[in-house]
Design a protein around this ligand. Sequence first.
Ligand SMILES: [Zn+2]
Length: 255
Amino acid sequence: MRHGTNGPTEPPLTGPLYSRLMDLGAMNDLQSIDTAIEQATHARTRLPEIVEHDAVVAEREALDVHIQRVRRAQQSAQNELDRLERESAEIDAHRSRLEKQLKTIISPREAEALQHEMQVLAANRNELDDRGIELLEGSSAADDEIVGLESRAERTRASEASLAERRRMAEERADSELGSLENRRRDAAAALDPTDLAVYERLRKALGGIAVCRIEHGACTGCRMEISIAELDSIKRQSAEVAVECPNCTRLLVR
Ligand SMILES: [Zn+2]
């Protein structure tokens, strides 16, 4: 890679790159439009209105997921409550059967066994009641949480709607700007000699979108490498229509 050297070993440019003259100015005009199209296409995908809208959509989706999660937890608490109620009813029925049985029992040993069984049932019943209270409290806290989440989701949905509209308008504007650049591109390409256009398209494809660039402060604006004084002299001696390439990146140089 040659870089800004002008020593005696530096070979001079061997002359014009292409045997024909080229309208490098017109090629450079086309290059400017293509670069503007690339920038506008890139900007089109990251308009601030898109970023803002995407963010609020993500926020609303997260709220919806959160609400569903709380609702599911509430539903499973409700299912457990239903089960507790059935179990409590069974325990109550069992206890009243035992109470009736106790009245008919004469043997103190059997009576004691029955009383013990009733105590165990009562303890189980208390446990179920405690768990039931815990579940009811949880469910009421979940109700409050859902109300808060719903109102946030509603506010988010409202701003989502207005941001969607702003996004649509910004996208429309960007598309129309791109459309007019495409029109200018068509005209600029049509104005070029077909052979120049073919050279331009081939270089552009091979060189990351930049086929033509300028020399500024002794350096190529395509690759930023300095061009040696000997090479600059040689380039200056050529007429403006003679195609000269950057010794480093091989892009066509406009001067
Ligand atoms: Zn270069």
